[in-house]
Design a binder for this molecule. Structure first.
Ligand code: B1M
Length: 208
């Protein structure tokens, strides 16, 4: 079945195959959600488990991540609602010290899917850079992603820097990423926490 083939292509790090198979699945009218959840993300969960158990190492994870990114990029137009007028602006980044960008990219796509124009500051973004972006933008929502227990603290540092710069209340701050919890979000003064990209988009939309 095509979803198993997509899954295998990502696990084996075959970026071009992943892209082509996603296009084939779309042509076969497989839902974008199934392609994402059962094909692309299910594969990364397997890779993640193997990574944790030292069965695969950073280079293999990276090539799988590249294949996953290719696949999700091919899916992007189908995840995004088409012809929607921009609802407003949002800013997104992965926080300082953290290079993981797959989840952040998915959140960005989902935000675009509900009609938001998203400024993506990238990965390993220092609090000062976020402060500058918030100062000059009319974005109403700021999304901070962190994938490491060691970089969750940078979500707090970023919020603290926004407070110190007097621009905290310009934006609603959303936090997420695998180690982040609703309790932690509350503790650091964020406005919202969601566990996945789709609910991040729903939560962001509610702020407009
Ligand atoms: Co990294 N890594 N990694 N890694 N890596 C994890 C996160 C880890 C859990 C693996 C493990 O040990 N099991 C572990 C973290 C442990 C911890 O801190 N608790 C880990 C580690 C330790 C590391 C290094 C330190 C390894 C090393 O060098 N010794 C290193 C750190 C580098 C750094 O950032 N400074 C490192 C490096 C890497 C790679 C570069 C090899 C690669 C990243 C490639 C890339 O992103 N371009 C990588 C990868 C791919 C992973 C795993 C395997 C997969 C992460 C991923 O993309 N998942 C991961 C293990 C795992 O998660 N199973 C692991 C798919 C993605 C869609 O999920 O990002 O969770 P995720 O996003 C989700 C939600 O969290 C949520 O929505 C998404 C889904 O809908 N979400 C938000 C995310 N952001 C959100 C923001 C929101 C709302 C929701 O609102 C703002």
């Amino acid at each position: 079945m095509i979803l198993d083939q997509i899954n295998e292509a990502v696990q084996r790090g075959k970026a071009r195959d992943a892209e082509e198979l996603v296009n084939q699945a779309i042509a076969q009218k497989v839902s974008a959600k199934d392609i994402l959840d059962k094909g692309l993300l299910a594969a990364m969960a397997v890779v993640g488990k193997k990574f944790k158990e030292n069965e695969v190492f950073v280079p293999e994870v990276l090539i799988s991540a590249r294949a996953l990114n290719k696949g999700t990029a091919a899916l992007k137009p189908y995840l995004a609602a088409q012809g929607v007028k921009p609802l407003g602006k949002a800013i997104i980044c992965t926080v300082k010290g953290d290079l993981h960008d797959i989840g952040k990219n998915l959140v960005r796509m989902m935000l675009e899917g509900v009609g938001l124009e998203v400024q993506d500051l990238g990965v390993d973004v220092a609090p000062e850079k976020v402060v500058e972006a918030v100062k000059v933008s009319d974005a109403k929502v700021l999304c901070l992603s962190a994938l490491l227990t060691t970089t969750m603290g940078a979500q707090k540092d970023t919020i603290d820097a926004l407070v110190a710069a007097g621009v905290r209340d310009k934006v609603k701050i959303m936090v997420g990423g695998a180690p982040v919890t609703a309790e932690y979000a509350k503790q650091i003064g964020a406005d919202a926490y969601t566990s996945d990209a789709a609910s991040a988009a729903t939560a962001a939309k509610a702020f407009y």
